[in-house]
Design a protein around this ligand. Structure first.
Ligand code: FAS
Ligand code: PHB
Length: 402
């Protein structure tokens, strides 16, 4: 078995792991990133699309924001469609000038990988059988099989990394959360009775801003990746099989749920990607066990309705890099000890907003007539109340980091 050493072992090269590795580097802290997928897969995966102002600012601060600023689309509002009417939520007016940026997550991944490798970063793609040991010691370890730091003779050679700390940035299906003992971890979860059927197409977006629609046939979202590439979502039953949805069936259903003027001008085309994503609200507490720190989807999942998932991962990483930098600079572990509570304060506010936005815009199959009427009343209240619109806007653009 090959043995190597680093200060922070990072599992996962999604936005959380890549951002963590780069910011640690800028603080003079070394890390090794282990990623089970290939670089091409990480750079192609279709996921999030909305960056909060804080995420945009951070990408620029760390020198990884040039392409985002050239190709990203600044958005100053969204349209809420319900009961035959459109209500625009105007972000700058309601939040003292804030907005959001439309920029695909796979592009964020690409930009972070480029920045990290250009600065001598050590990212091990296609790392297999990643496992974690000795979390309660001051030298926790990660073992993996794979290409290692040079094409090894034995593709199945096991490498062991001895670290000071391990960051679990390996998403909902990763191994790091599983390393927290059952008697320690607390899980909070709400699984929704529907999913999102998403389609990506090289067609101009139907509208220059996002349209969230609450329709009697179900929720729909019109969003985009650029001025020539569109992304649309339809609420479907949780167990929906994407193979039951031809492109034509998707476009026909979308036209039935979006505003008539949008339906009339919608440009359809062949799907580049089509998939069903389940919707759940999920939090694992605490985000730390011994020398293991969870960040991003490994610790929490939000329904994408509030566009919070990627941005929450960024906030966790900000807090973790501050805590690690304090430890290496002064030896103090106070911020490491406070990491989980600091993240959870923000995580739960984003959970609440995402749960609220999902309840406001989706049709629940088991909803009582009273609940449907209450939902219609809440949408009507939103339309008529600056206070209600301000509450939506300040959560959507991202709450201040505390
Ligand atoms: P990620 O899941 O992005 O990254 C984890 C990484 O760890 C992956 O590259 C994975 O391959 C790797 N990994 C997993 N297990 C490993 C192991 N054992 N060893 C090594 N590596 C391992 N959020 C939004 O805001 N808007 C959206 O529209 C949206 N759509 C989504 C659609 C889908 C299908 C999914 C799954 C998520 C979506 N999300 C969306 C949420 C998503 O954007 C996450 O919030 C974001 O990816 C969080 O980033 P990470 O925490 O880095 O996790
Ligand atoms: C997306 O562009 O994929 C997107 C945008 C806003 C959301 C969810 C997904 O709330």
């Amino acid at each position: 078995m090959k043995s190597i050493r680093t200060q922070v072992g990072i599992i996962g090269a999604g936005p959380a792991g890549l951002l963590l590795s780069h910011i640690l580097h800028l603080q003079g802290i070394e890390s090794i990133v282990l990623e089970k997928s290939s670089r091409n897969t990480v750079e192609a995966i279709i996921k999030a699309g909305v960056l909060e102002q804080g995420t945009v600012d951070l990408m620029n601060q760390i020198g990884a924001g040039d392409r985002m600023m050239k190709e990203g689309l600044a958005h100053e509002g969204i349209i809420m469609r319900f009961d035959g009417r459109d209500e625009r939520i105007h972000f700058p007016e309601l939040t003292g000038g804030k907005s959001v940026m439309i920029y695909a997550q796979h592009d964020v991944n690409k930009d972070l990988i480029k920045a990290r490798l250009a600065s001598g970063g050590d990212i091990r793609f296609e790392a297999r059988d990643v496992s974690i040991y000795d979390l309660d010691s001051s030298t926790p370890k990660i073992r993996f099989r794979g290409k290692g730091d040079e094409p090894s003779k034995e593709a199945d050679e096991v490498t062991e990394i001895t670290c000071d700390f391990i960051a679990g940035c390996d998403g909902f299906h990763g191994v790091s959360r599983q390393a927290i003992p059952q008697e320690v971890i607390r899980i909070y979860e709400r699984v929704y009775p529907f999913g999102w059927l998403g389609i990506l197409s090289d067609t101009p977006p139907v509208n220059h801003e996002l349209i969230y629609t609450n329709h009697e046939r179900g929720f729909a979202l019109c969003t985009m990746r650029s001025t020539t590439r569109s992304r649309y979502y339809l609420q479907v039953p949780a167990d929906e099989d994407v193979s039951d949805w031809s492109d034509d069936r998707f476009w026909t259903e979308l036209k039935r749920r979006i505003p008539p003027d949008a339906a009339a001008t919608l440009q359809t085309g062949p799907s580049l990607e089509k998939s069903v994503a389940p919707l759940r609200s999920f939090v694992a507490e605490p985000l730390r066990h011994g020398r293991l720190f969870l960040a991003g989807d490994s610790a929490h999942i939000v329904p994408p309705t509030g566009a919070k998932g990627l941005n929450l991962a960024v906030a966790d990483v900000r807090f973790l890099t501050e805590a690690l930098a304090a430890f290496y600079k002064s030896g103090s572990s106070d911020q490491l000890d406070g990491y989980s509570d600091r993240c959870l304060a923000r995580v739960w506010k984003a959970q609440r907003f995402s749960w609220w936005m999902t309840n406001l815009t989706h049709r629940f199959p088991e909803a009582l007539p009273f609940e449907r009427r209450a939902q219609a009343a809440e949408l009507a209240y939103l339309a008529g109340s600056q206070a209600a619109q301000t509450a939506l806007a300040e959560n959507y653009v991202g709450l201040p980091l505390v």
